[in-house]
Design a protein around this ligand. Structure first.
Ligand code: KG4
Ligand code: ZN
Length: 375
């Protein structure tokens, strides 16, 4: 079964074709990072317009990549009917309809609704945050030039249920226990900032720009992770997370280090900091943020004894987090390539496939965007 996934919840326009939920035939991502960088964050109106401009070419490319690859494998490109009419090979469409920015979600969702009607395909509305976990179900890919990953980058084994997923993105931080597809329990989530949000905000304080996660990780490579003993939040008897205290501790530390008072604006700190102060603060913050995530994951692991553990979402690309988990978790953990941790449409298509066993497709006229959709 071939599912076309469509993703536009934030600042990536993405389309992908995935076969049977596990084999990625194409994966096209048009990132708007360069457009938003000058504003220091995502500007919703600009994001929606950019999605609109590139949505259809992105889908066209995902379809062309998927089926010309198959044609290359069979050595029969010209005579391959699916290369000339890729839609004949698509069994269903899956689209992220929330959570996310309303204007952005509308572009992908309305495009998917229209295509489902015109091409007469079943349509599956997908929860973007839930779908992040499904990046870990992609264990094979058609290898061809232009697809940024190979089979060697992908997990070898498909995760097994019960499955514990630490989902850490720019908007969400949660531990979810899946008993099956579509059957899960939310064990804990953040009480304040999401992990990715904390990376992004600390990055602004350190003058490292947007998006913060990769910038902090790069700066941390030159710093001492034990330079500053930032506090680690632990909410008593709760699997929930909190990151705002850590973020404030970094701010206070930086203000003190330049002898400024607590009213000194966070976005004016960076020019007063030395490279060493920036690198040490980045490394210390990253260590404590990762420890916070791993502590709770470990506790949930011991309580629920899942068969598999996965991490998902943009922050799952963080190497310090991966290293700490590998060191402390008493179970082997396989990681999705970083390009499938951040927003993409292959995870949407994979969730769509596994959803076909548990969810009904929805009348395209009734698929609405839900910006604050919860798991
Ligand atoms: O999942 P995602 O691409 O979009 C959302 O659904 O939010 O996550 C984006 C978040 C951003 O906050 C970004 O700073 C963070 O993921 N991120 C990282 C890394 N790469 C992206 N955080 C830490 N380390 C990274 N390498
Ligand atoms: Zn995401």
């Amino acid at each position: 079964m071939h599912i076309l996934g469509i993703e536009t919840s934030c600042d990536e326009t993405a389309a992908a074709v995935v076969q049977d939920g596990t084999t990625m035939l194409s994966n096209v991502i048009v990132s708007q990072i360069d457009i938003h960088r000058e504003f220091g964050g995502v500007v919703p109106e600009v994001a929606a317009r950019s999605h609109l401009e590139v949505m259809l070419p992105t889908i066209d490319k995902a379809l062309a990549d998927a089926f010309s690859t198959q044609a290359q494998t069979t050595g029969n490109h010209a005579g391959n009917p699916s290369a000339s009419d890729p839609w004949s090979q698509i069994d269903a469409i899956a689209v992220a309809h929330g959570p996310g920015l309303k204007g952005s979600l509308l572009i992908g969702t309305l495009t998917a609704r229209t295509l489902a009607l015109v091409k007469n395909k079943p349509l599956y509305p997908i929860n973007h945050v839930e779908a992040h976990t499904y990046a870990n179900f992609i264990t094979e890919t058609a290898e061809y030039e232009g697809l940024a990953m190979t089979n060697a980058d992908l997990p070898v084994h498909r995760p097994e249920f019960p499955l514990l997923s630490l989902t850490v993105s720019g908007g969400h931080t949660q531990l979810v226990l899946f008993d099956d597809h579509g059957d899960y329990e939310l064990l804990g989530s953040t009480r304040d900032d999401a992990a990715g949000e904390a990376f992004d905000k600390v990055s602004v304080m350190l003058g490292l720009g947007y998006p913060g996660g990769p910038a902090i990780a790069a700066a941390a490579e030159h710093g001492d992770p034990d330079a500053f003993p930032f506090p680690k939040a632990k909410i008593a008897n709760s699997p929930d997370f909190s990151f705002s205290g850590l973020k404030t501790a970094v701010l206070r530390h930086l203000q003190e280090s330049i002898q400024a008072d607590y009213a000194f604006p966070s976005f004016e700190l960076a020019p007063h900091l030395t490279p060493e102060q920036i690198h040490d603060a980045a490394a210390s913050f990253q260590r404590v943020a990762a420890e916070t995530l791993v502590d709770q994951t470990l506790e949930a692991y011991h309580t629920h004894q899942p068969r598999s553990v996965v991490i998902a979402g943009g922050v799952a690309a963080n190497q310090e987090l991966r290293q700490q988990l590998a060191d402390r978790l008493p179970v082997d953990i396989e990681y999705a390539p970083t390009g499938l941790c951040t927003d993409n449409a292959a995870m949407i298509a994979s969730r769509g496939y596994f959803g076909t066993h548990v969810d009904k497709s929805t009348n395209p006229h009734q698929v609405e965007v839900v910006p604050n959709l919860r798991m």
